[in-house]
Ligand binder design. Structure first.
Ligand SMILES: C[S@@+](CC[C@H](N)C(=O)[O-])C[C@H]1O[C@@H](n2cnc3c(N)ncnc32)[C@H](O)[C@@H]1O
Length: 236
């Protein structure tokens, strides 16, 4: 066989093996936290008719973050499969979880999923409002003291926002920081426009900025294995 073809085939195989071994490791980590998380995921997929492309990999990443941060209070913005992981972790670690959710029917689905997983978490229906042409926020302010904020919503009601991807930027967290609050950690799921805004704020200097999520080609994202951007409050 042509040596270049042979090399390409071998690299492809190594890549496939790597993905497979990561997938097995991620699955084991989710099962170690709570095997019923997988039942809850199945329930969400069935209810929504959408099977997320990388749910286990994201769950494993969240579990790793939770282990590292050990939050006592978690505020989530936008609910879904991630809420199940947070709630399952809280049930085992004596922490509190609350999610704001703009869609009441979705809140019901997520709450049911949390109970399937034996989790301890609350999903509250909170309407959203648009903020200018680029953002949206929930109509309920965040609690003053939060250890971990997870930003994955609101999702906006359409794709008419003036951002690179047409998706809205979360405006709850910028407001929260401007009001002088300092969550110990802020995790941002994907949302590069939200990340860019937060990282550009003067308050970002009080945080360590790590692990940027970038929309990269399949191979690079498999080697980086990074989904969440993060802001960790520096020691004072
Ligand atoms: C990106 S999703 C949040 C997902 C969640 N944080 C997670 O990681 O699974 C943002 C919003 O989209 C909406 N959403 C997500 N999946 C949905 C579905 N299958 N059907 C209807 N709404 C959905 C919900 O309102 C949710 O708050």
């Amino acid at each position: 066989m042509d040596p270049v073809k042979k090399l390409r085939r071998s690299l492809k195989q190594q890549h496939a093996d790597y993905i497979e071994s990561r997938a097995q490791k991620d699955l084991a980590e989710v099962q170690a936290l709570e095997p019923r998380v997988l039942d809850a995921y199945q329930f969400i997929s069935k209810q929504s008719g959408s099977v997320s492309r990388e749910p286990i990999f994201r769950a494993a990443d969240l579990i790793a973050w939770l282990g590292r941060l050990q939050p006592k209070t978690i505020q989530e913005l936008g609910s879904g499969r991630s809420s199940v992981v947070f709630a399952a972790w809280c049930a085992k670690n004596g922490a509190q979880h609350i999610a704001y959710e703009q869609r009441d029917y979705w809140r019901d689905i997520v709450e049911e999923a949390i109970s399937i997983a034996g989790g301890l978490g609350t999903v509250v229906h909170v309407p959203m409002v648009r903020v200018g042409g680029i953002g949206a926020k929930f109509t309920k302010v965040l609690a003053a003291e939060i250890d971990l904020v997870y930003v994955d919503g609101p999702s906006g009601e359409d794709r008419t926002y003036h951002t690179h991807d047409g998706r809205c930027i979360n405006m709850d967290v910028p407001e929260h920081l401007r009001a002088g609050h300092r969550p110990k950690a802020i995790l941002i799921d994907g949302r590069q426009n939200t990340r860019d805004l937060l990282w550009g704020m003067p308050e970002a200097h009080e945080y360590e900025l790590t692990k940027q999520f970038q929309r990269t080609p399949e191979f690079a994202s498999a080697t980086d294995y990074v989904r969440h951007s993060s802001m960790l409050l520096r020691a004072r």
